[in-house]
Design a protein around this ligand. Structure first.
Ligand code: CP
Length: 304
C-alpha cells in the first residue's frame, strides 16, 4: 500500500484488489461479532473532520478502535483552527505528537494532498471537496464484489449530482481500473466537464443509464454545494431524474441498489427503491467499517 490514500486516480487493479481482499476478511470477522484486533496496537490515529459526517467519521473511529489504535477525534469547531491556525500548522502539530495516521475530511479539493506533503504521518482522505472519497468507492466495490463475485464486466449506472460528487469520481476511477463499465446520468447542469474523457459513458436519459445495469447507484443532491438554477425544484428533480420502481425495472432483475448516504429520501431514490430487497445500502455501511480497517492496517503495516 502507498504511504497515503488520497484518491483512486491512477490506482491499478492489483492495488485495489489487495485492499478489497483484506476488507472481505475483516468484514467476515465483523459479521461474526469480532471487534478485537491487534494490527494497530499502540498506534495513534487522529480523525480530523472539517465537514459534517455520520457514516465516514463513525466508521473510521470504529475501524481504528477495533484494530487496537489510540484514537483522537478533533472537532474543528473547538480546535485552534477557530483561532486561525492553518492546515499545515495543524498537521505539523499532530506530527510532533508522533501521530501515525491522520484521517481527514475537508471542504477544499486537494487539502489532503497538501497535508500529506507536510506531515510524516500517513494521510487518509475521507472526502475532499468535489475531488475524491476513495474509501467510499472501495466500500461500494466491496459491496458489489460480495453481491456478484467480481467487479470485472459489471455494468454500473451512477445517477445524481455527479458535478459535486467526490464519490462519483472515486468510483469511476476504481471501477474502470477493475474492468467495470460505468454509465452516468444527471441533468446537464450537474455533469462535470470531461467526465467522458475520464472513462464514463454519459447517457441521455435515466432509462438509458439503468438499462441492463447490474448496479444502480444514486447520488445525493448536494444542496449545500448547489448554485441556484441547477434544476427547477427537488420535486421536479425526483419526477424527471430520480430512480423510482419503474425506472429500476429497466435494470437486470437481480440488480443491486447502492447509495453512499445520506439519502434525500424521495429525491434521488424513492422510499420504495431504498427499502426494496434489491437495496444494499445498509450492507454498504458494514462494508465501510471493514474497508477502513483494511486501509488503516495496510497503510501502517510497515511500522507495525
Ligand atoms: N457517504 C458519506 O460520506 O457519508 P457521511 O457524509 O455521513 O460520512
Amino acid at each position: 500500500m502507498r504511504q497515503d490514500l488520497l484518491g483512486l486516480y491512477g490506482y491499478a487493479a492489483e492495488e485495489i484488489e489487495e485492499i478489497l481482499s483484506l476488507s472481505a476478511w475483516m468484514k467476515d470477522r465483523l459479521r461474526r461479532g469480532e471487534k478485537r484486533f491487534s494490527e494497530l496496537r499502540d498506534r495513534s490515529v487522529v480523525i480530523l473532520f472539517y465537514e459534517n459526517s455520520t457514516r465516514t467519521r463513525t466508521s473510521f473511529e470504529f475501524a481504528a478502535k477495533y484494530l487496537g489504535a489510540r484514537v483522537v477525534n478533533i472537532s474543528v469547531a473547538s480546535s485552534s483552527v477557530q483561532k486561525g491556525e492553518t492546515l499545515v500548522d495543524t498537521g505539523k502539530t499532530l506530527d510532533a505528537m508522533r501521530t501515525d495516521a491522520i484521517v481527514m475530511r475537508h471542504p477544499m479539493s486537494g487539502a489532503p494532498k497538501l497535508l500529506a506533503d507536510t506531515v510524516c504521518a500517513h494521510v487518509v482522505n475521507a472526502g475532499d471537496g468535489m475531488n475524491e472519497h476513495p474509501t467510499q468507492a472501495l466500500l461500494d466495490m466491496l459491496t458489489m464484489k460480495e453481491r456478484f463475485g467480481t467487479i470485472k464486466g459489471l455494468r454500473v449506472a451512477i445517477l445524481g449530482d455527479i458535478l459535486h460528487s467526490r464519490v462519483a469520481k472515486s468510483n469511476l476511477f476504481g471501477l474502470t481500473a477493475m474492468g467495470a463499465e460505468v454509465r452516468m446520468f444527471a441533468p446537464r447542469t450537474l455533469v462535470p466537464a470531461g467526465i467522458e474523457q475520464m472513462g464514463a459513458k454519459l447517457c441521455a436519459s435515466r432509462e438509458e443509464a439503468v438499462e441492463g445495469a447490474d448496479v444502480v447507484m444514486g447520488l445525493r443532491i448536494q444542496l449545500e454545494r448547489q448554485h441556484a438554477g441547477n434544476f427547477p425544484s427537488l420535486g421536479e428533480y425526483a419526477r424527471f431524474y430520480g430512480v423510482n420502481e419503474e425506472v429500476l425495472r429497466g435494470a437486470k432483475p437481480n440488480a443491486a441498489v447502492l447509495h453512499p448516504g445520506p439519502v434525500n429520501r424521495g429525491v434521488e431514490l424513492t422510499s420504495g427503491v431504498i427499502d426494496s430487497d434489491q437495496s444494499r445500502i445498509e450492507e454498504q455501511v458494514l462494508s465501510g467499517v471493514a474497508v477502513r480497517m483494511a486501509v488503516l492496517s495496510l497503510i501502517c503495516k510497515e511500522e507495525v
